[in-house]
Design a binder for this molecule. Structure first.
Ligand code: SF4
Length: 713
């Protein structure tokens, strides 16, 4: 759909938060007081993904532009007082670069680390990767997107040879026959997307939701399966078992478009329904009904999100759901397929353009000699000067300040002091660093620990592209100038690079950076070379891959739908995964008899660094809570609102009880948006998936006790 023009004084752009990247319009307004936002968020009905709808986070996004919420000047830690104090930009940049250079000189280049964020624009992610490899020449760069979708990405690459969150536009969801949503709660995490679920139901399509909690999304479903946290892999295998034994395999699809079926079949046959019921708690009758709904429909999709992915077996779990799609012919066909509902705003683009430890721009592998040569050519450096693969996000954080670990860290747009698993340990590691530089828009809990804090411009103050969950490259436009005292991340990287001896190669504008990114991505899987700012603005986004065409030839139209003719594997066939059930890294025992699962609430976003500073959102969701079933509450002698202490092997969190029948009696739930005593990530388990290095946020063993008056249990 072509973009409708906005009024001359307003700016068409996109929400700063989740991967839906809803279109919005920013209208100039007279600030309510000095320092208050000079724009108001309005609907932008022409953007097809959200058609004007915004959730409360998007509609209140301007609040963080307020001078009261954000950083307005650089800060450096005063050696005498130990406190952060205001500094000039030259002072702060000098201190930042001195610390990075000192660590490199004392411990070696890989002792300097870079940690990025899934909310950074493509241009920032690209230049952050270039900064790490060309200026610092460190292998140790990764980003918090590793915590978000890396298991789904790895499983898709294994199965399809390519990873793009959704291989089709989101609107296709409303036209499929049966949608299975695994560990996804869009009614709370991306409410405008629920329109597609309603349209699906109105068109006669079926909805199956797999989630241990009865969420508002589950309330929309024909069937809600409630597996024990950590058993989704077994459930998917049990469903495939039933598909096989009930003669529902699409033999022709399997024979002509896949490989590896026999091994996957053998693994599924070892997961007979009664065994799977024992493992998951899902009754056999419910499994049979799910298979009936999925296979009776002419088309079908499976979409996973963090609930199915954030496990120490997340790659295999997603692989098992993909197996179900492949066996039933629900992949590589119109209105059918597997997809991942990416979480962070640019979780997709962030991993395509070099912010990840093992990748170079264009989704190139950093250990591929041809990829290294191509990117080194664009950067004007010798290929052998580029570092190899580095450590993954949690491994970087876990090793901070240790022998052989990262000693000085540049962190941009991430708040691991709250968002990392085993967060108490990660805060200790951040404190153990020789030097921490944080670029952020607010004084996050991580920035509070820094030696240097560099205040960044916000989404409404700078141009840049994002790649949403569909693989659609969209354009954010600046509606305002950054306030005095604040610089764009591009300007910060350019200044740091210059002070570290690289005075070129870090462009002044986002569009220049994007044009270089296009060259670097050309010929890669995520080929952006045919995408321009002008096209993105005129076409309301362009789907990658979109290679450049020769002069005089029509432009490539972009690729809204992948795999319809062939999968991106060398032989064009999708690969079944050979996977079997295994338990969670930490199962309940006598000391920690319950399972904890974590997630998000409607009015907060990720570590809450921005949304906790938004008055309307903070009023709607002011703090953490512990969701528990009435039967468990009765057993513990707990009433709604009672203060609870939740303890795991890694730490403790206190929060009021929220007694509700929507949770399983053997499981408690906590949202993870808050720091301090109620931080759910004080409890979570950093056990990593062996392939994706994704931590097991979604299940660990805990003990729950009523907090006695005046103290912790
Ligand atoms: Fe923003 Fe996501 Fe809400 Fe859309 S759904 S308004 S992108 S937070």
């Amino acid at each position: 759909m072509p973009a409708a023009p906005s009024s001359p004084s307003s700016t068409d752009t996109h929400c700063p938060y989740c991967s839906l990247q809803c279109g919005m319009r920013l209208r100039p307004v007279e600030p309510a007081a000095p320092g208050e936002p000079a724009v108001a968020v309005e609907e932008r009905p022409d953007f097809p993904v959200n058609q004007g709808a915004l959730c409360g986070k998007g509609s209140s996004a301007a609040a963080v532009l307020s001078a009261r919420a954000r950083l307005g000047t650089p800060l450096v830690r005063d050696h005498r007082t130990g406190r952060l104090r205001e500094a000039s930009w030259p002072q702060a940049l000098e201190r930042a670069t001195q610390g990075l250079a000192a660590a490199a000189s004392r411990y070696g280049r890989d002792a300097v680390g870079v940690f990025g964020g899934g909310g950074l624009t493509n241009e920032k992610a690209y230049l952050l990767g270039k900064f790490a490899r060309v200026v610092l020449r460190t292998a140790n760069i990764d980003y918090n997107g590793r915590f978000c979708m890396s298991s789904a990405a790895a499983a898709q690459r294994r199965a399809f040879g390519l990873d793009r969150g959704l291989p089709f536009p989101l609107a296709d969801v409303s036209r499929t026959g049966c949608l299975v949503l695994v560990g996804a709660n869009p009614a709370d995490t991306m409410p405008p997307a629920v329109r597609h679920l309603r349209e699906l139901r109105e068109a006669g399509g079926r909805l199956v939701v797999v989630d241990p909690r009865r969420t508002r999304t589950a309330d929309l479903a024909d069937l809600h399966l409630r597996p024990l946290p950590g058993t989704d892999l077994a459930l998917a295998l049990g469903l495939l078992h039933l598909v096989i034994t009930e003669g529902r395999v699409d033999e022709e699809f399997v024979a002509t478009r896949t490989t590896g079926y026999e091994r996957a079949r053998a693994a599924a046959m070892a997961h007979w329904p009664e065994r799977v019921e024992r493992l998951t708690g899902v009754p056999v009758a419910h499994m049979r009904r799910a298979v009936e709904l999925f296979c009776d429909a002419p088309t079908g999709m499976v979409l996973t999100a963090r609930g199915g992915e954030q496990h120490s077996k997340g790659v295999d779990t997603v692989g098992a759901w993909i197996n179900l799609c492949l066996a039933t012919g629900r992949a590589g066909r119109p209105r059918s397929g597997y997809g991942c509902l990416t979480g962070q705003g640019n979780g997709q683009g962030g991993r395509e353009h070099g912010q990840k430890a093992d990748q170079l721009p264009g989704y190139r592998a950093i250990d591929d000699p041809a990829a290294r040569a191509h990117v080194a050519g664009v950067w004007g450096v010798a290929p052998d000067t580029l570092p190899g693969p580095g450590r993954s996000a949690y491994e970087i954080l876990d090793g901070l300040g240790t022998d052989g670990g990262v000693r000085a860290l540049l962190l941009m747009g991430s708040n691991p002091a709250v968002s990392a698993p085993h967060a108490g340990h990660i805060r200790e590691r951040l404190r153990a660093l020789d030097h921490l530089v944080v670029c952020d828009v607010v004084l996050s809990e991580t920035a509070e620990l820094a030696d240097v804090v560099l205040p960044s411009a916000q989404w409404a103050e700078e141009d840049g592209t994002m790649t949403n969950l569909e693989g659609r490259v969209i354009l954010r436009r600046a509606a305002l100038s950054p306030p005095d005292g604040v610089r764009t991340d591009l300007a910060i990287l350019r200044a740091l690079a210059g002070r570290l001896g690289v005075g070129h190669g870090f462009p002044h504008t986002a569009q220049e950076a994007f044009d270089e990114l296009r060259q670097a991505s050309a010929g890669g899987q995520a080929d952006y070379s045919g995408i321009t700012y002008e096209r993105v603005a005129a076409e309301n986004g362009v789907f990658w891959p979109c290679p450049a065409t020769a002069a005089g030839r029509p432009a490539h139209p972009g690729t809204p739908r992948l795999f319809l003719d062939r999968f991106a594997t060398p032989d064009g066939r999708a690969r079944f995964a050979d996977v079997s059930h295994r338990p969670a890294a930490e199962e309940p025992d006598a000391d920690y008899p319950l399972r904890l699962t974590t997630g998000r609430v409607l009015a907060q976003y990720q570590s809450g660094a921005q949304t906790r500073r938004t008055p309307a959102l903070q009023r709607a969701a002011p703090g953490p809570f512990v969701e528990l079933h009435p039967r468990l509450a009765a057993r513990l002698g707990v009433a709604d609102g009672d203060p609870l202490t939740v303890t795991s092997r890694r730490g403790r969190a206190t929060a009021p009880a929220h007694v509700t029948p929507t949770i399983r009696p053997d499981t408690v739930f906590m949202p993870f948006h808050w720091p301090g005593a109620g931080s759910a990530n004080n409890l979570t388990n950093p056990a990593l998936d062996p392939v994706s290095r994704m931590p097991e946020f979604k299940v660990c063993a805990v003990r729950v006790e009523k907090t006695p008056p005046g103290g912790t249990a």
